[in-house]
Design a protein around this ligand. Structure first.
Ligand SMILES: Cc1cc2nc3c(=O)[nH]c(=O)nc-3n(C[C@H](O)[C@H](O)[C@H](O)COP(=O)(O)OP(=O)(O)OC[C@H]3O[C@@H](n4cnc5c(N)ncnc54)[C@H](O)[C@@H]3O)c2cc1C
Length: 438
């Protein structure tokens, strides 16, 4: 069957329940100490860390659609212990910089581990599964790339294992010269978002869904946030709206940086037999290309989820359903797994992220006003891991907190992040050296 002739079974997200039930929208006027706008991982993490710091704080989280509506409920469910990806291209000659990147990687990993333990302790089922991610090299250039990356991973303290020949081929179902494995957690994004919401509700965070914020007005008492249905007066506001903020629908004097918006896409197959799943990956592990094209996949609940593509976009439905992207994705899937050519697709969906030119998120005060905290710019690749840690940084800014030195250090590293101009040349030279040395 050719799904391009048949049409792709589009949905907002494969992960969503068929019926989405939401908490009540904002209705009336409320007072809070902190109001968080946006119910993705960045907003949920902000609420969690604020509550952890102060059990009495009055926290309201307000979401325009529903919790997990944006990229957080649509992603592939890979939680990476990785810093902003462009940091991997920086020079290893600067010992302080390498130490900073190594420290960031460990800080993110610590938070990911802590979150896994929290989910277990709280009985939250988010299908949280630590495993090994495979970067699969299909030719000599990619084999040299993974060797170059292995050295980088070692430098930043990320454990990885290099497999070649038969050992590599035994892990994945398409021709592989080498495979680099490193730790990753797989999870169910929507269950994670809803699970965190339930936890927050148990800890008296007030959540309003279906309440798009239309106006934010800072004044000398703090900030006034207006949404359809009512107004919240708060001391502080945290903006975690990422790519899903429609700037034209928001009336505010807050100077909002506008990082570029990109779309990325996923397909889910219909149910696959155990034999087909084994042919995709005998190891049953997630996989990705170690190259710029960056297609990736994972098995989930007897299906293959296959994703990729990074295209400049808006956050519109037309972008979500961009047919040429799905056609290309489907072609790439069949190229790797020709035996899936006749398998129908169960779902096709996409989502938008914001990315800065350095791939580092923006965590800072807006308008030099300590009552307005921005926590945006979470892109693909390592956005989930960084977003889930981001509340720690938000809490430090909200409490104007000199005590959380780790949070302040990471905020500072994000802020000082610069595009590594020589990075691409460094990468090409490094890969060529590995090719020449066999
Ligand atoms: C298809 C896809 C696959 C991806 N795969 C991965 C992956 O496997 N691993 C990884 O690390 N990263 C991945 N990413 C990136 C990752 O999902 C994002 O970096 C992360 O989820 C961003 O979280 P966020 O909370 O900042 O933003 P979002 O999850 O987009 O949340 C923003 C929220 O703000 C709300 N909002 C916007 N405007 C308003 C308003 N005016 N009033 C109230 N609420 C508002 C939106 O409705 C939305 O719910 C993927 C992204 C996509 C799209």
């Amino acid at each position: 069957m050719d799904t391009t002739l048949q049409g792709f079974p589009f949905s907002t997200s494969f992960w969503f329940d068929s019926e989405i039930s939401t908490s009540a929208p904002l209705n009336g006027d409320f007072q809070a100490d902190v109001v968080i706008i946006g119910g993705g991982f960045a907003g949920l993490s902000a609420a969690y860390h604020l509550r952890k710091r102060d059990a009495e704080l009055r926290i309201i989280l307000i979401e325009g659609k529903h919790i997990g509506y944006g990229a957080s409920g649509r992603n592939a469910g890979f939680v990476m212990n990785l810093p902003p990806l462009l940091w991997l291209l920086e020079t290893l000659a600067d010992a302080q910089r390498v130490a900073d990147i190594r420290w960031t990687t460990a800080f993110i990993a610590e938070n990911v581990n802590a979150l896994g333990l929290l989910l277990e302790a709280e009985g939250i089922d988010a299908e949280w599964t630590p495993t090994q991610h495979m970067l699969v090299a299909r030719n000599i250039i990619e084999a040299a790339t993974v060797r170059w990356l292995a050295a980088r991973f070692t430098a930043i303290g990320l454990e990885s294992s290099y497999h070649k020949g038969d050992a590599a081929q035994s892990l994945i179902g398409y021709p592989a010269q080498a495979v680099l494995t490193f730790p990753v957690v797989l999870m169910h994004p929507y269950k994670l978002a809803r699970g965190l919401q339930a936890l927050l509700t148990r800890h008296n965070v007030q959540v309003f869904e279906r309440s798009p914020v239309t106006q934010i007005t800072p004044d000398d008492k703090g900030v006034r946030v207006r949404a359809s249905g009512g107004t919240i007066r708060a001391q502080k506001v945290v903006l975690t709206t990422n790519a899903y903020l429609n700037r034209s629908d928001l009336n505010t004097d807050i100077a909002l940086p506008e990082p570029s918006t990109y779309h990325t896409y996923l397909l889910a197959t219909e149910l696959l037999s155990a034999d087909l799943q084994h042919r995709i990956s005998p190891a049953g592990q997630p996989f990705a290309d170690p190259s710029g094209s960056f297609f990736y996949g994972r098995l989930h609940d007897n299906r293959l989820l296959f994703g990729g593509i990074d295209r400049a976009s808006g956050n519109t439905l037309a972008d979500d359903r961009h047919l040429p992207s799905f056609e290309r994705l489907h072609r790439e899937m069949r190229r790797r797994f020709p035996f899936l050519s006749d398998v129908p697709m169960a779902a096709a969906w996409g989502g938008a992220v914001q990315e800065t030119t350095t791939k580092a998120p923006i965590v800072c005060y807006a308008n030099d006003n300590p009552n307005i905290v921005l926590n945006i710019g979470y892109g693909g690749g390592s956005g989930v891991g960084m977003g889930l840690l981001s509340g720690r940084l938000v809490a430090a800014l909200t409490f104007d907190d000199a005590n959380d030195a780790d949070a302040l250090r990471l905020i500072n590293l994000y802020e000082r992040s610069r595009f590594p101009l020589l990075g691409p040349i460094r990468a090409v030279t490094g890969v060529v050296k590995h090719m020449l040395s066999g």
